[in-house]
Design a protein around this ligand. Structure first.
Ligand SMILES: [Zn+2]
Length: 417
């Protein structure tokens, strides 16, 4: 009887796969903990492929490396870590979370704050905000994404003619990091609300906010379209390998492009740097914002997910830091303290390269080429990896926002208009 059941289930299982229903149901999430330096070093030899998706790197001892593996590679990765005495924790059938999540977002029929909204609803909401708050909110149509989605920059200011220093913030460069656009939209809603509350807001903290809430709309929509696409990270552009689409936006900027921590293989699921620097429509549009406002942007923030890290240049190397690193570090601590004060956990602070190498990233480009004095990347949310439950956004986003407000005060103080 038991044998018969096994046979029935295995047939059902196969049918399930043939139907193409969520391949991630069979995937395993493995958290590997390095306990000593040798183990940490060995972990850097683990590389990304279609079947081995390194979702997060360890930044030091006792900090996990998170890997999502196909059934084919599960044993291999588990053995790799166990043989070397590292901690190993496995969660099977990882994709079952995706089914629930994708089903939930399909129920949303209009824009709501603290929700994973569709790109269309986000775009509509920006238009509504600008119509209802003409004095404070301006939209700039930047151009179109590869698949033709209109990309809009929202400019929020108490006085657009004051030429305040600008904080430029972008989010959602990586498609699957849904918490990032959700945070950008939360910031937009809060800023507009704060301006309306004050009656006569002479200056919104004396800074203007320019926000691009979804840098990679094509990838974002693709990751929302089906549980099988939930882990998509890149753009959706064609490459010279017909069967493989997209480049990693955060490897596509023209500073130390392709130097380290980037792939030249279009089929690399994660870090394909693109055919050349700025090959992607979307990175060109971010560059446009930076170049058009290069004199006034004093802080550039790129929102990613996950892990609660505050990272700053350099990304391309961890061997040395820019001369200004102490200023970056201090700003990071100011941010982290404000988050803690608001009830959150402290952010881990370091240069990107000290964590893992990223060359061709937007932060390095903004700092080295555009000469923006402060640039940073915020990796928001911890636990749940890329599938941070929508129902928990209301706890963490207000905490992160408190951190941003304090950073804005610092920028205003250092760059008085
Ligand atoms: Zn990211």
């Amino acid at each position: 009887m038991a044998k018969l059941l096994v046979i029935i289930f295995s047939i059902l299982g196969r049918l399930w796969q043939v139907d193409g229903i969520n391949k991630y149901n069979d995937y395993t999430f493995i958290q590997i903990t390095p306990y000593d330096k040798q183990q940490l070093k060995t972990l850097t030899t683990l590389t990304n492929s279609d079947d081995v998706d390194i979702m997060k790197h360890s930044h030091g001892l006792n900090d996990t490396t998170d890997v999502l593996v196909s059934p084919k590679d599960r044993r291999k990765v588990e053995k790799f870590a166990k043989l070397r005495g590292m901690g190993v924790k496995c969660v099977d059938h990882y994709g079952r979370y995706f089914d629930k999540e994708v089903a939930l977002i399909r129920k949303h029929d209009q824009y709501q704050s603290l929700q994973y909204n569709s790109y269309q609803d986000i775009s509509e909401h920006l238009k509504t905000l600008s119509k209802e708050n003409r004095r404070y909110v301006q939209l700039q149509n930047l151009g179109r994404s590869y698949e033709g989605r209109v990309m809009t920059l929202i400019k929020i200011s108490a006085n657009h003619r004051a030429r305040n220093p600008i904080i430029f913030l972008d989010a959602g460069a990586h498609a699957r990091e849904w918490a990032a656009p959700a945070f950008a939209m939360y910031i937009i809603d809060q800023l507009v609300m704060a301006l309306n509350k004050r009656g006569e807001p002479e200056d919104l903290l004396g800074v203007d906010w320019y926000i691009l809430p979804v840098v990679n709309p094509d990838g974002y929509e693709y990751s929302r379209s089906d549980p099988n696409n939930r882990m998509w990270r890149k753009t959706r552009s064609k490459t010279w390998r017909e069967e493989c689409l997209g480049a990693d936006i955060n490897r596509n900027y023209d500073f130390m492009w392709g130097y380290r921590g980037a792939s030249f293989d279009p089929c690399n699921f994660q870090t394909y740097a693109g055919e050349k620097a700025f090959s992607e429509h979307e990175t060109k549009l971010v560059r446009k914002v930076m170049k058009e406002n290069s004199k006034r942007i004093k802080l550039y923030i790129s929102i990613h997910s996950y892990g609660e890290y505050f990272i700053y240049p350099w990304g391309f190397t961890g061997s040395y830091l820019p001369d200004e690193w102490e200023k970056f570090h201090r700003l990071a601590q100011v941010y982290s303290k404000a988050v803690v004060k608001a009830g959150g956990r402290p952010f881990r602070v370091m240069s990107t390269g000290q964590w893992y190498p990223v060359s061709g990233g937007s932060g390095d480009y903004a700092f080295a080429v555009v000469k923006i004095p402060y640039t940073c990347t915020l990796e928001i949310t911890d636990g749940y990896q890329f599938n941070y439950p929508e129902g928990l956004l209301h706890t963490v986003l207000p905490q992160y926002y408190e951190g941003l407000k304090v950073m804005a005060e610092e920028i205003k103080r250092e760059f008085p208009n």
